[in-house]
Design a protein around this ligand. Structure first.
Ligand code: PAF
Length: 290
């Protein structure tokens, strides 16, 4: 496995492979790789000749009050996982290489970034959209794989790729979960033993919402109330949002008539957890069969 640290070498490597007709798969990450990342890497590995994983803790998507300095960076572990999964290139640029003095361009996707994570973390998505655009420019992937865990991020990247004609396909893979339902995340290591025990309540709340919709309940206020009640079983977990939204626009629904995405964010102590589930209202009987 090759480790590339400069933006120029990354672009040159991709340019050469593209000229040779090699298809490039890409999984952008901030490191601290876990089972969720492994599934993204495996999905990309299956569909492409060459595979690039970027490991870059992107400072511009953290706010000054967030955990940039404390963000886990187990680089030896990350490289070993990449080697195991047959990754060809680990791209590990420095912050200085990505954002040299004088850097000023910012990419925004204003409508999709407005709600939910965007409300809680106002600069987050501009940081994500900008770094992803830069990475695409260097890696020039034929296919990039993202996780459904960051649902709003995946929706925003799809929009970005369409709007800016960045080329290459985007695939979104299902969230990988621990046995008790907790979505895998690099931030789970911040949870104390007590917090870890109650963390699965978020996925339980979303599952309760999904079950109601699958049972034919369309009233969003009732669904949201029930999801909230699940979280309120713990006095130390706080809801930031629990919402039933349109799966593409992420606008809140008042009535579920077809597909929806249930989005949730909670806080336990100083840790913020997000999760989501896609759901479909069971088909209504047509007049002919009623
Ligand atoms: O999902 C992540 O890990 C990051 O937001 C990404 C897409 C690598 C951009 O820094």
């Amino acid at each position: 496995m090759k480790i590339i640290r400069t933006t120029h070498s990354m672009a040159t490597w991709s340019e050469r492979l593209r000229r040779e007709g090699v298809t490039i798969g890409f999984v952008p990450t901030m490191g601290a790789l876990h089972g969720g990342h492994r599934s993204l890497i495996q999905a990309a590995r299956l569909r492409c000749d060459a595979l690039v994983v970027s490991i870059f803790v992107n400072p511009t998507q953290f706010s000054p009050t967030e955990d940039l300095a404390a963000y886990p960076s187990p680089i030896a572990h990350d490289r070993a996982l990449c080697r195991e999964e047959g990754v060809d290139v680990c791209f590990e640029p420095t912050a200085q290489a990505m954002y040299p003095g004088g850097f000023q361009t910012v990419v925004t996707v204003p409508v999709l970034a407005r709600r939910w994570e965007g409300e809680a973390r106002p600069h987050h998505f501009a940081g994500v959209a900008t770094v992803v655009t830069k990475l695409f420019g260097m890696v020039r992937p034929h296919l990039t794989v993202f996780g459904q865990k960051d649902y709003q991020q995946a929706a925003l990247v799809r929009q970005l790729v369409n709007d800016l004609n960045l080329g290459g396909a985007i695939q979104v893979r299902p969230t990988v979960r621990e046995r008790d339902g907790l979505a895998m995340s690099s931030r789970n290591v911040y949870l104390s033993a007590d917090e870890r025990r109650i963390a699965p309540l978020l996925s339980q709340a979303l599952r309760a919402g999904r079950q109601m919709i699958e049972g034919g309940m369309s009233d969003v206020a009732a669904i949201e109330r029930s999801m909230r009640q699940t979280i309120e079983q713990s006095p130390t977990m706080y809801v930031e949002y629990l919402a039933v939204c349109a799966p593409d626009s992420l606008e809140p629904l008042s009535l579920v008539t077809d597909r929806a995405v249930l989005l949730g964010a909670v806080r336990i102590g100083s840790v913020r957890l997000i999760d989501n589930l896609l759901v479909k209202m069971p088909g209504r009987k047509s007049r002919a069969t009623r």
